[in-house]
Design a protein around this ligand. Structure first.
Ligand SMILES: Cc1cc2nc3c(=O)[nH]c(=O)nc-3n(C[C@H](O)[C@H](O)[C@H](O)COP(=O)(O)O)c2cc1C
Length: 357
C-alpha cells in the first residue's frame, strides 16, 4: 500500500526530480533493511571476485557514488556507480529522461552528467563499505584525448573499485560509440589494461557494449577482447531502436531506450557474444530485467551476472529481494545446486535469432 502510494507520488513528478528524491531517501538510510537470507546457491565466483548473488544495480542510477552501500543493503550483490568522467559535467539540457509507462521503458539523453572523479573518489574512500563495487568510467564530452580519460579513471579509482567497466556504448555523447570499432578498441584496451597492470592491485576490467551492433561489429569486439584478455563484458547499454513501443508520444524523444522493450535485443546480443567468446569470459547481462524469470533468462542466454536499472524505477526498492527469492525458487523447482547451472542452456536459441529492427 505504502509502496503503491510512494510510486504514484514519484510518478507524478518529472522523472529526474523523482530520481533525486529516490537518492535522497536512500541516503537517509530509512529504506527498510529487507532481512533477506543469503542463499549459497546464488553465489557467483567470476573474474576473481566472490559475488554473494548475481544481481547488480546497473550504471546510471548512482552516477555520483552516493548510495552504493545503501543499494547493497536492498539485496543487490553488486553496485556499479558512474559513469564518471574526469571533470564534472552538467550533461544535456532538461528534460532529458522520459518514462514510457505503458511499455515499462525509459528514454534518456542525460549525456554523462556527473560530479567528476575527485568528488566521487572522496565519497568512495569515506563510505561504510557494503557489497561489491563496480566503477563505470567514461570520457568528458569536450576531451581532447578520450582514451586518456579512461586511463585516468583506472588510476584514480584503482584502490576503491572491485571492478571497472569501460563504457564505450552510451548513445548520448556524440562519437563515443565509435570507440567500439576494432581499431579504436585495440588502442583503448591496450592503454587501459596497461595502466591497470601498473597498479599495485589487479582490478578486473569489463567492457560495456551497445545493443545496436551488426554481426561484423560483434566479431571485431569479440576478437579484440579475446586478444587482449579483457576480464569480461557488460551486455548491453541502451538502444537507439524504437522497436516494439506502444507509447508513441515519448518514442520520438531522442536518446537511449531501456526497460522491457530492450530485453529481446540485449539478450540476443548477449548470446551472440557468449558464442563468440566461449564459456570462459565472464558476461554481465543487462537490459529489460524486471523479475526473476527475466533475470534467469539472461543467465540461460549466457550471463554469469545480471544488472538492472529501469526495472527498479517500475518495481521499487523491494524488487531486488523479490528477484533473489524468485531465483531461489527456480533453483528449488529445477533442483539446481547453483543458479549458474542455468547458464548457456538457451544460448543457441537466442544467438540464432535476428536482431529486431
Ligand atoms: C536514466 C538512465 C541513465 C543511465 N546512465 C548510464 C550511465 O551513466 N552509464 C552506463 O554505462 N549506462 C547507463 N545507463 C544504462 C543502464 O546501465 C543499462 O545498461 C540500460 O538501462 C539497460 O538496462 P535496463 O533495461 O535494466 O535499464 C543508464 C540508463 C538509464 C535508464
Amino acid at each position: 500500500m505504502i509502496e503503491a502510494a510512494a510510486r504514484a507520488a514519484l510518478f507524478s513528478l518529472d522523472p529526474e526530480t523523482a530520481h533525486g528524491l529516490s537518492i535522497a531517501a536512500l541516503k537517509t538510510g530509512l529504506v527498510p533493511g529487507l532481512g533477506l537470507r543469503a542463499d549459497p546457491r546464488l553465489r557467483v565466483q567470476v573474474a576473481g571476485l566472490d559475488f554473494p548473488n548475481p544481481l547488480g544495480m546497473a550504471a546510471g542510477f548512482d552516477k555520483n557514488a552516493e548510495v552504493a552501500s545503501e543499494l547493497s543493503r536492498l539485496g543487490f550483490g553488486f553496485v556499479e556507480v558512474g559513469t564518471l568522467t574526469p571533470k564534472p559535467q552538467t550533461g544535456n539540457p532538461k528534460p532529458r529522461i522520459f518514462r514510457l509507462v505503458r511499455d515499462e521503458a525509459v528514454i534518456n539523453r542525460l549525456g554523462f552528467n556527473n560530479s567528476g572523479h575527485a568528488e566521487a573518489l572522496r565519497r568512495l574512500t569515506t563510505r561504510t563499505k557494503a557489497g561489491l563495487l563496480g566503477v563505470n568510467i567514461g570520457a568528458n564530452k569536450d576531451s581532447p584525448d578520450r582514451i586518456n580519460d579512461y586511463v585516468d579513471g583506472i588510476r584514480v579509482f584503482a584502490h576503491v573499485a572491485d571492478y571497472f567497466t569501460v563504457n564505450v556504448s552510451s548513445p548520448n555523447t556524440p562519437g563515443l560509440r565509435s570507440l567500439q570499432s576494432r581499431e579504436s578498441l585495440a588502442d583503448l584496451l591496450a592503454r587501459v589494461l596497461a595502466v591497470r597492470d601498473a597498479q599495485d592491485r589487479r582490478v578486473p576490467v569489463f567492457l560495456k557494449i551497445a545493443p545496436d551492433l551488426a554481426e561484423p561489429d560483434l566479431d571485431g569486439i569479440a576478437a579484440e577482447c579475446l586478444a587482449q584478455q579483457i576480464d569480461g563484458l557488460v551486455v548491453t547499454n541502451t538502444t537507439l531502436s524504437r522497436h516494439g513501443l506502444t507509447d508513441l508520444n515519448s518514442a520520438s524523444e531522442a536518446g537511449g531506450l531501456s526497460g522491457k522493450p530492450l530485453f529481446e535485443r540485449s539478450t540476443i546480443v548477449l548470446a551472440k557474444m557468449r558464442q563468440r567468446l566461449g564459456p570462459g569470459v565472464p558476461l554481465i547481462g543487462v537490459g529489460g530485467i524486471g523479475d526473476a524469470e527475466t533475470a534467469a533468462e539472461k543467465i540461460r542466454a549466457g550471463a554469469d551476472l545480471v544488472q538492472l536499472y529501469t526495472g527498479f524505477i517500475y518495481g521499487g526498492p523491494r524488487l531486488p529481494s523479490r528477484i533473489l527469492r524468485g531465483l531461489s525458487k527456480i533453483c528449488d523447482r529445477e533442483g539446481l545446486a547453483t543458479v549458474l547451472a542455468l547458464r548457456d542452456t538457451r544460448t543457441a536459441d537466442y544467438a540464432g535469432r535476428p536482431l529486431p529492427a
